[in-house]
Structure formats: structure tokens, C-alpha cells
Design a protein around this ligand. Structure first.
Ligand SMILES: [Zn+2]
Length: 255
């Protein structure tokens, strides 16, 4: 994976500012045409069927930027890389619910380092979404290398068309020079993943945020929430140092 710095990101406010509960605007329905069946097939799929083939790219990017986002992580990441058994886990939070938005995590409980992601079929995820979803531009790539004073870090990796096909409404042509771009806003620890299907155009396909809650707290919850303050449902997934709503992706790192 190649990394490069980038310009200052946009500051588009999110639709939700937790913890106040906000009335949810209705998300536009996805059309099931012209790719009949693709939307329902996608909704029925598990997270690992959607992002399983790019989990390695996501994790390499997460490891690559971890020390800039969370200074001091580099030593632990280096040790983890030498111990190959510490591969990343992929967890689909809303598998089996026929959700048209997939929410999941790729990460390592050992490192306390996770990438929480959210993806929806089609080019963009318009409509209500959690505060950590940052609308970064997928514009021009900067020079190679990780610059510690960069506002945005980007990584590009060549991938197989079949690796990114599950993210797309229409699969790229066999043999197309497909690429994946990951880009993170350093200050907000959040970013986007985009796909180039071989035509040189970056299609934004995923929001993510990188969390290292072990750096913020001892790792146990002092508060216990049952109900998500954003969507009102009761399916918060609890991890060491943070909660994430398995329905809407609301994230709580205030332990
Ligand atoms: Zn929720």
C-alpha cells in the first residue's frame, strides 16, 4: 500500500450530533432496477461476503496510519505484525437483518485497534448516519509517504476486480485495473474508502473510523447504556473500551 498526504478535508457537519435524539429523516429507498435482485441480494449478504476480500487492505491501512492517529501505537503494531497469529477479526454487526446498510468492524482486540465501517450499495450513502461519517473528498492524491503533519493520510492498493465487486452495484470487468483508496482525516480519525473500477474515477463506497479506546480509558465501562440515543433500538454491541450501535453505527468511546 502506498500512502500520501492530502489537502484539508471538508467540514461538512454530520446529520447527527449525539447524544440528543434527533428526528430521523427518511433514507431514500434504493431502486432494485436496472440490476434486478442485486439490492435484495446485497441486503441478505453478511458483512464478510461484502468486505471479506478487502479486510486485509483495510487492516494494512489501519496499521499504517495508527501511529499518526494514536501516537505510540507504532511499537505495538510492529510487534503484532511479527506475531502473525494476530490477524484482524472481521465482525459484521447487523448480519442476518437484511439491512441495506452494513455496519461492521475489522480489528484486533489484542491491540485495542479497530476500524468501524459502514457501507451501502450504490455510489453514496445519503441520509441519516452517525457523527463519525466524514465526507472526505476523494480528489487528487498527494505525494507518497506518511507525513506526520499531514491533515489527511491516503493509501492506494491494487486489488482484484472480484475483491471489490461486492461493494458495487455493477461488477467491474474481469481484468480491469481496479484499485482501492483509503483516506483518513487525522484529527477526526475517520475517513472514506473509494473504489476505482478501472476507469480512473474514485467511487466513494464506505465510511470508517479508527478507534483505539485503550488509549483513552482503562478499558472497562463506567457507564452502561442499553438504548441507542440516535436510533432508539437496544442492540448496542460492547467492545473493550467502546460501544457501537449495531443498527445505526452510533459510537460511544466515553467509558
Ligand atoms: Zn443506533
Amino acid at each position: 500500500m502506498r500512502f500520501g498526504p492530502q489537502e484539508t478535508p471538508s467540514e461538512t457537519p454530520s446529520w447527527f450530533e449525539p447524544p440528543e435524539r434527533v428526528h430521523q429523516p427518511r433514507r431514500p429507498e434504493l431502486s432494485d432496477r436496472p440490476q434486478d435482485g442485486r439490492v435484495s441480494e446485497w441486503a441478505a449478504a453478511r458483512c464478510d461476503e461484502i468486505v471479506g476480500d478487502i479486510r486485509g487492505v483495510l487492516w494494512r491501512f489501519t496499521e499504517g496510519v495508527a501511529d499518526v492517529l494514536h501516537p505510540g501505537m507504532g511499537v505495538a503494531v510492529g510487534a503484532a505484525q511479527r506475531a502473525t497469529k494476530w490477524g484482524p477479526a472481521l465482525i459484521g454487526l447487523n448480519d442476518g437483518r437484511a439491512a441495506d446498510v452494513k455496519i461492521g468492524l475489522v480489528g484486533s482486540e489484542n491491540l485495542g485497534l479497530w476500524t468501524i465501517f459502514r457501507t451501502r450499495l450504490g455510489q453514496s450513502d445519503h441520509g441519516p448516519r452517525p457523527a463519525w461519517c466524514v465526507d472526505l473528498p476523494v480528489g487528487p492524491l498527494g505525494a507518497e509517504g506518511i507525513r506526520e503533519d499531514a491533515a489527511v493520510l491516503s493509501g492506494v492498493e491494487e486489488v482484484k476486480p472480484s475483491d471489490v465487486a461486492p461493494l458495487l452495484l455493477t461488477a467491474p470487468a474481469a481484468g480491469a485495473p481496479t484499485r482501492l483508496l483509503a483516506r483518513v482525516d487525522v484529527r477526526r480519525c475517520a475517513g472514506v474508502v473509494a473504489v476505482d473500477v478501472g476507469d480512473g474515477v474514485w467511487q466513494r463506497r464506505m465510511f470508517f473510523t479508527i478507534v483505539h479506546p485503550a488509549s483513552r480509558a482503562a478499558g472497562h465501562h463506567e457507564t452502561y447504556r442499553v438504548v441507542c440515543p440516535v436510533c432508539g433500538r437496544r442492540r448496542l454491541a460492547q467492545f473493550r473500551g467502546f460501544d457501537v450501535c449495531s443498527d445505526c453505527g452510533w459510537l460511544n468511546t466515553q467509558t
